[in-house]
Design a protein around this ligand. Structure first.
Ligand SMILES: [Fe+2]
Length: 343
């Protein structure tokens, strides 16, 4: 019920907002997303109050469930053909409304909408689409993705990279706005609590030790080279963190390995984690107009195979990130941007 109320309130607030604006004016306002999102919160609070709901109910839910699935929260009308690359997101009424809804939605969860300069040129929103052509990026855009958290080499919020304090934390939330999904290809989410219930105490203990190596995910590699001079690799990484209200995780099946070669307890714990992920995957099929807010601390996410169809009316999601930036230092941001974090 809380999710439904949140959808209703978001729809009303965004419909009201856009009714007074041209496409250019909408785009202009979204260029400073944090200010924009916060400015619409009083109106959102009012709408929620009419429904007997508050933002703290929604924040509470977002930190208990792996994924908020907001159904029909925006109108995906007025969009061009599906793009053929991560960027740019074309400015049209439909994509602007999707982006505005995502930004206000994240602001309601006390999260700023952010990007990282090292991924896709720091664009705030990227197209998740099938990219035609040869090579790993194209292949990856079509294939199934195993469970992972996004920006896996960046520190958890509240922690610092051991070698470079400028590295901003990974996002709290991964936000997907569905513009097209003709074959109802599901995004998959895995709740950490469910995963851990399948592991024994020894595995959980091993995953908390600093004994893993994390490699940057594919979309970050070129940007890292450009900004840091090298790909960010984290040695002595811990995957599981004991926090006040349970555990947080960072993990990527394809970018994590145990520091010790051979059949070490560290590696066995990682294999058990991977196995548990497969057992816990819940499919979330996003329909056009839906938004998913995946918690990047207490859940992993992936997706099933997309297929080869590209352009035209093929699958198209917009993706952005949400992060509570209240304890960020100024040097963890790019100085010329209101939303782009370092690196
Ligand atoms: Fe991801």
């Amino acid at each position: 019920m809380i999710e439904a109320h949140f959808c209703t309130a978001l729809r009303i607030v965004i419909t009201d907002w856009k009714s007074q604006l041209t496409v250019d004016e909408m785009a202009q306002q979204l260029s400073d997303p944090v200010t924009f999102g916060r400015a619409l919160l009083p109106a959102l609070d009012q709408e929620l109050a009419k429904l007997g709901c508050t933002r703290s109910h929604i924040v509470g839910l977002a930190w208990q469930t792996p994924c908020l699935h907001l159904r029909s929260v925006f109108d995906p009308q007025g969009i061009p053909d599906t793009p053929l690359d991560f960027r740019p997101v074309p400015d049209s009424e439909g994509t602007l409304i999707a982006r505005a809804t995502a930004i206000v939605c994240l602001a309601a969860l006390d999260a700023d909408t952010v990007s990282y300069g090292s991924e896709n040129g720091g664009d705030l929103f990227v197209n998740l689409v099938v990219i035609p052509g040869e090579g790993r990026v194209s292949e990856k855009s079509q294939s199934k993705m195993n469970g992972h958290t996004d920006a896996v080499t960046f520190p958890m919020r509240g922690y610092r990279d051991p070698e470079d304090p400028r590295i901003a934390p990974s996002p709290d939330f991964v936000c997907l706005a569905a513009l097209r999904n003709p074959n109802a290809v599901p995004t998959t989410v895995m709740q950490l609590e469910a995963i851990l219930s399948q592991l024994d105490a020894q595995h959980i203990h091993e995953l908390q030790k600093p004994q893993y190596i994390l490699q940057s995910q594919l979309t970050f590699r070129d940007g890292m080279e450009e900004i840091l001079g090298q790909e960010l690799l984290v040695d002595d990484a811990q995957l599981l963190f004991q926090m006040q209200n349970g555990f947080w995780i960072r993990y990527s099946h394809s970018s994590t390995k145990a520091a010790d070669a051979g059949e070490s307890p560290a590696k066995q714990a990682m294999l058990a984690l991977t196995e548990a992920c497969l057992n816990c995957a819940i499919p979330v099929a996003l329909a056009p107009g839906d938004i998913a807010i995946v918690n990047n601390r207490i859940a992993l996410h992936g997706r099933t195979k997309v297929g080869e169809e590209f352009g035209g009316q093929s699958r198209w999601m917009l993706r952005t990130y949400g992060l509570d930036t209240s304890d960020l230092d100024e040097f963890q941001r790019h100085p010329d941007s209101t939303f782009m974090l370092f690196p």
